[in-house]
Design a protein around this ligand. Structure first.
Ligand code: WT7
Length: 665
């Protein structure tokens, strides 16, 4: 039984929702009267035309009854940028800081107000229009964490173009595939960026990608717009005097950002968008096949991003909010760009890494800007834990009130560290479960209202009805574990996969007709808390005992010698499956038979004898995607000794794979 933590008075006093009962009431209302509930949020925004009467919400979630569709506020017209920019300026917040920008090097920083942001967006939007980009056209974005990235996304939204941000760590192959899949007209990038002491020449990747798209995928990107970023930042490593010798310039295709916006007007008429017109697409990888272009639309996404930000981070007018996620992921879209602006918030946008110039950079940033809400990922927390507490001690972190976690289940060890050491035991932790597909948080705690358990995602957000199903699609009531599905749409759910509605229906709605299937497992405990147990394909069945790999991983990392663990299943002749564990050790700890025995014993004690792993292997590192997700597919291959691992191009560091083979016992 894990301990229940209640919001501290430090949090409750400032909270807009400060009791569990009030949360339950509001949640009930959101399900029973969706129109009344969401109209409350919608009334803060400007609608050129109201929605059609009686059509606030219509949907079909049942594949047996026809095509899947979801429509919120059908017929209503607006432009999201009017709501998140023009209106803020009109209402007197033009001089409020929208973003504090903090560069990779601590000496590089700047800021932008709402008024200036609107002007920049209009200029860039006018420029896009002048190049023939209009409503429905696609614009690919391959950029570092700089203000122009937000400007570019919002400029697309201004003119109704669909932005497709590709994380600027993907290879040229991946970028080429994503640009040609959506037939992007324009690509926007920067010459390069520093990540720690590493220099990335983004422009070269873009050149290669455009070349590949043209010659291999039969798609020509018309223009490449380039931000001259390297010249204006402090070099963090050796670099030649003239950065422009580091890449080629293609006349007729390449254009400098600063040159093309120079003479543009700061006024730009916003495109009139229907509630269900596309806002953006974002590729996410599936377990099989090519990446899926998850498509989000205008009104529902705006309502949902706004509401989740407001309640989950409990943002208050003077707060300084910081989401560390890259704009290349959905977290960056919703919780760096759209949701904070929709709430007229002041955010920190950070270009660097937690480890440069030293391992206290995060805490330095928190102290510098007096951050009140910090939103990061368990993988970052674990990697910082490894260096010890002394880095925290150097900084004043008392401004913090809400600590967010996202991306994977947070293991209790990391939770305690975040809660006790970063938050001094007085901040609320919001473990937000969601997906690229859900647009915003769907399971989470609310800082002033809901109790917390370390490792539990908590409770459904407003409008969300989570259901747990067994293998046969039977609903599990009360405590139990199974497939996490949703029985009805909330405003922010994806509407389709770009250009492939069939695949959308198949991937998300065919396994259990009537439900949106997350692909994750979940457990409801005796107190009604929801625990996300990991992807369904990370589930293990050992001797008939169903368990999730993350459960075992959490137990392994409870040992203070272990910094990170990854567990995969290995076929076993008697048990069906057995556990194969990879562990990363803390600095100064050596891998000994004693340690292995201790860990096995610990798992037996904590979970049961059936969970005792067959193998615990030392790992110098884990094969992770650039967003920090462990690629278990690769670990499963290593576990069985299969050297045919296929594509490793999406790995942050492909060399760890070889190391892991070498270390097999
Ligand atoms: C998958 C979605 C949504 C932002 C980042 C990832 C896992 C995400 C949690 C959490 C447990 C989580 C799930 C989900 N996940 N947040 N708080 N607890 N698991 O977006 O790349 O679309 O990945 O990440 O497995 O399905 P994504």
């Amino acid at each position: 039984m894990s301990r229940v933590y209640h919001p501290s008075s430090h949090v409750v006093e400032k909270s807009r929702l400060s009791s569990f009962n009030k949360y339950k009431e509001m949640h009930k209302k959101s399900l029973e009267q969706p129109e009344e509930f969401w109209s409350e949020i919608a009334k803060d925004f400007y609608w050129m035309t109201p929605h059609e009467p009686g059509k606030f919400l219509s949907y079909n979630f049942d594949i047996n009854k026809g095509d899947i569709f979801v429509k919120w506020m059908e017929g209503a017209k607006t432009n999201i940028t009017i709501n998140i920019l023009d209106r803020k300026v009109r209402d007197g917040f033009g001089d409020r800081i929208a973003y504090y920008w903090e560069g990779n090097h601590p000496e590089d920083y700047s800021r932008i107000t709402y008024k200036k942001l609107l002007e920049q967006v209009c200029k860039f939007a006018n420029m896009l229009r002048s190049h023939g980009v209009g409503k429905g056209d696609r614009v690919s974005i391959y950029m570092p964490m700089i203000l122009e990235t937000a400007v570019c996304m919002l400029a697309c939204a201004r003119i109704g173009a669909i932005h497709s941000v590709v994380f600027a760590g993907f290879s040229s192959d991946s970028l080429a595939e994503r640009m040609s899949d959506c037939k992007a007209k324009i690509l926007v990038t920067a010459d390069g960026a520093w990540r720690g002491e590493k220099l990335l020449i983004l422009k070269n990747t873009c050149d290669e990608a455009m070349e590949k798209a043209r010659t291999k995928l039969n798609h020509t990107v018309e223009k490449c717009i380039v931000v001259a970023h390297l010249d204006r930042v402090t070099p963090c490593g050796p670099i030649s005097d003239d950065v422009r010798t580091l890449y080629k310039w293609n006349d007729g295709v390449d254009l400098w950002w600063h040159e093309v916006i120079k003479d543009q007007s700061i006024i730009c008429a916003p495109e009139c968008m229907d509630a269900e017109d596309p806002l953006f697409m974002l590729y996410t990888s599936g377990s099989t096949g090519k990446p899926k272009g998850v498509l989000h639309t205008t009104a529902g996404y705006l309502l949902y991003a706004t509401a989740t930000f407001r309640y989950v981070f409990d943002y208050d007018a003077k707060d300084i909010y910081w989401c560390t996620a890259d704009v290349g992921w959905i977290t960056g879209h919703t919780y760096v760009v759209y949701a904070p602006l929709a709430n007229c918030a002041t955010s920190v946008m950070f270009e660097g890494t937690p480890f440069y110039p030293d391992n206290d950079r995060y805490w330095e940033v928190v102290e510098k800007y007096k951050v009140t809400q910090m939103y990061t990922a368990p993988t970052a927390i674990r990697s910082l834990m490894k260096f010890g507490e002394q880095y925290l001690a150097k900084h004043d972190l008392t401004s913090l009130r809400v600590l967010g976690s996202v991306g994977e289940p947070i293991n209790p060890e990391a939770w305690y560290w975040y809660y006790n050491l970063v938050g001094s035991g007085r901040c609320s932790i919001v473990d937000t479960f969601w997906q690229t597909e859900t647009g915003g948080h769907v399971l989470t705690s609310l800082p002033g209202a809901t109790p917390m358990k370390p490792g539990a995602a908590g409770f459904p957000f407003f409008g969300v009805e989570p259901i747990i199903l067994d293998e046969n699609g039977k609903v599990i009531e009360g405590p139990g574990e199974g497939y996490l599905v949703f029985s009805r749409p909330w405003p922010g759910i994806m509407r389709t996969l770009y250009g492939d509605h069939e695949r959308y229906q198949k991937v998300y709605f065919s396994k259990f007709p009537g439900y949106y299937c997350t692909g994750d497992g979940a457990r409801r405990d005796e107190d009604g808390f929801l625990w996300v147990t990991g992807r369904i394909d990370d589930m293990l069945n050992v001797s008939g005992h169903l368990m999730s790999t993350s459960e075992v991983e959490s137990v392994l990392t409870e040992d203070t010698r272990v910094s990170e663990a990854a567990v995969v299943s290995k076929p076993h002749p008697q048990k069906g499956e057995s556990l194969y564990c990879f562990i990363i050790l803390n600095e100064g700890v050596s891998f000994t038979p004693n340690l292995v025995n201790d860990l096995k014993k610990h798992i037996r004690n904590r979970i049961g004898a059936f969970a005792a792993p067959d193998v615990i292997q030392y790992a110098p590192g884990l094969p992770k995607t650039r967003s920090g997700k462990i690629m278990r597919r690769i670990l499963r291959k290593i576990a069985v000794g299969d050297t045919d691992i296929g594509d490793t191009s999406t790995l942050a560091d492909p060399s760890v794979v070889e190391e892991l083979y070498k270390n097999r016992p």
